[in-house]
Design a binder for this molecule. Structure first.
Ligand code: TRP
Ligand code: ZN
Length: 474
């Protein structure tokens, strides 16, 4: 080729024939979760909730994303109510639904590297998912409102989304509710949290929100609450909670701590705040600086009897959590949320670490210790659920199996005993610090622990994460 032709080639974008993005991101446990061909930067969520009678919502979600290939079409994951319209960069787009896949065909192909905005409007009553492994999850109605607890794949019940933890994004929420109810979400409030009950006119939080014109309630009948999650967040951690909440606010070293309890639990409002403050203070001293702008927690009146570490503001569904429980969800802010998952297979990086944090808390506050707790579990029979399945690849059905939590935590105790306290806590802190805001794998953690300790640790991690039955040597 001539020099001129070569220069031309360099100037021209490397373009191929536009093709549809793949319907899954490539997670072995959830083949349809996430999608290929683009990367989301921001979700702008404007949602009007009609009230508990119908549970209906009117929503407009604006998704700002970057094409990672030349796209003729792309999928979102969506299991919500009826779609009203879809537009891409302001032009109506064709759309089709099949299962959780919402396929969007823009009026024009999207070139690799291009940033585009997809706006999806929908209307109707969202429904939760139900499964033997994960119980009731996603958008969950309550007596007075609703709460979202979406792990692992429940976010599409209420949002059109690239539903995989490896595609983190920032979020803005604008939630309009009938007067008398309040709405909370992840991140920072856009209004003073104690100023409940008055309509705000739904002022946009981010420039992206300008795309959403005409959504917010401005009359006397509704109130609009805005929240902004400014740190990258996995879709399963996105949350709104609507109901009759009592909200408290305090600070810990300058970090706003916003807690809320459903009116039914109003006697425990201070208890939740105290435990959250204690957990935040202690966890920061052990794991390093808190990775987010705000902290908190929400006790909802849904009776799911589990909690979820929704970013900055965990949800406790149907109970007031004890100290160790709050410590568990707080630890997830470092391990699971800030340092997220690249594959669901590696979920022990979330649950093993959060469980180990509970053991450390008990070591700190009782006569018990992580070592003693480890020993008691280790004394269990080899066929105990403590040991199976191996936490390094538990399978989707056992994603939250007992062994993922306990044998995962035992793996960390084995590491601690091998490398010593000083190195062990350095491994945890530098893991949180160096991977802050990203998504990681078990292999990366093993390499990190080996580098930090200067020891070969492959056999220890293999024994604890992969071996069948009770590990005997490591
Ligand atoms: N990540 C949650 C925690 O450990 C656990 C969780 C979320 C869960 N969804 C679930 C457990 C469904 C069982 C079923 O705090
Ligand atoms: Zn957990």
């Amino acid at each position: 080729m001539t020099a001129a032709a070569a220069a031309l080639t360099l100037l021209m974008p490397a373009s191929s024939t536009p093709a549809p993005g793949s319907p899954g991101i490539g997670d072995a446990y959830f083949p349809n979760a996430g999608n290929g061909g683009y990367d989301v930067a921001h979700y702008d969520v404007a949602l009007t909730y009609a009230g508990p009678k119908t549970g209906a919502v009117d929503a407009t979600v604006a998704i700002t994303a970057k094409a990672t290939q030349d796209l003729s079409a792309f999928d979102l994951d969506f299991r919500g109510p009826e779609i009203v319209s879809v537009a891409v960069d302001g032009r109506p787009a064709r759309h089709a639904r099949a299962g959780q896949e919402l396929t969007v065909t823009p009026a024009f192909p999207l070139q690799e590297g291009r940033t585009f905005t997809a706006v999806v409007r929908y209307s109707g009553t969202p429904r939760p998912l139900q499964s033997p492994a994960f119980g009731t999850y996603g958008w969950v109605p309550s007596k007075d409102g609703a709460v979202v607890v979406a792990e692992p794949d429940g976010a599409p019940t209420w949002l059109p989304v690239n539903d995989h933890p490896r595609d983190k994004a920032t979020y803005a929420f604008r939630v309009t509710v009938p007067k008398g109810l309040r709405a909370l979400a992840n991140g920072r409030p856009g209004e003073p949290v104690t100023g409940a009950g008055k309509a705000t006119g739904g002022k946009a939080l981010t420039s992206g929100a300008a795309l959403l014109g005409g959504e917010a309630g401005t009359g006397g009948e509704t109130a609009t609450y805005t929240w902004a999650e400014e740190s990258p967040m996995a879709s399963y951690l996105a949350m709104v909670a609507i109901g009759r909440f009592r909200v408290r606010e305090t600070t810990v070293s300058g970090i706003p701590v916003i807690t809320a309890v459903d009116a039914k639990y109003k006697a425990s409002a201070k208890t939740l705040e105290d435990r959250t403050v204690k957990a935040l203070t202690w966890a920061s001293s052990v794991f390093g600086p808190y990775p987010f702008a705000t902290a908190g927690g929400i006790v909802a009146d849904t009776r799911l009897d589990y909690a979820l570490e929704t970013q900055e503001r965990p949800v406790y569904s149907g109970f007031v959590p004890g100290e160790a429980f709050v410590v568990h969800e707080m630890a997830h802010q470092w391990f699971g949320n800030s340092v997220g998952l690249r594959e669901w297979r590696d979920v022990w990086l979330n649950e093993g670490f959060a469980t180990y944090a509970e053991w450390l808390w008990r070591e700190r506050t009782t006569r018990d210790s992580a070592k003693k707790i480890f020993k008691r579990y280790y004394a269990q029979r080899a066929d105990s659920p403590v040991f199976a399945p191996p936490p390094g690849d538990p399978g989707a059905a056992d994603l939250f199996g007992f062994s993922v939590y306990v044998r995962g935590a035992m793996c960390l105790e084995a590491l601690r005993e091998r490398v010593g306290d000083r190195t062990f806590f350095q491994v945890l802190r530098t893991w949180a610090e160096s991977r802050r805001g990203s998504s990681a794998t078990t292999e990366e953690f093993v390499a990190h622990a080996e580098r930090t300790s200067g020891r070969r640790l492959g056999p220890l991690f293999d024994a604890w994460l992969k071996g069948r039955g009770k590990p005997k040597k490591w």
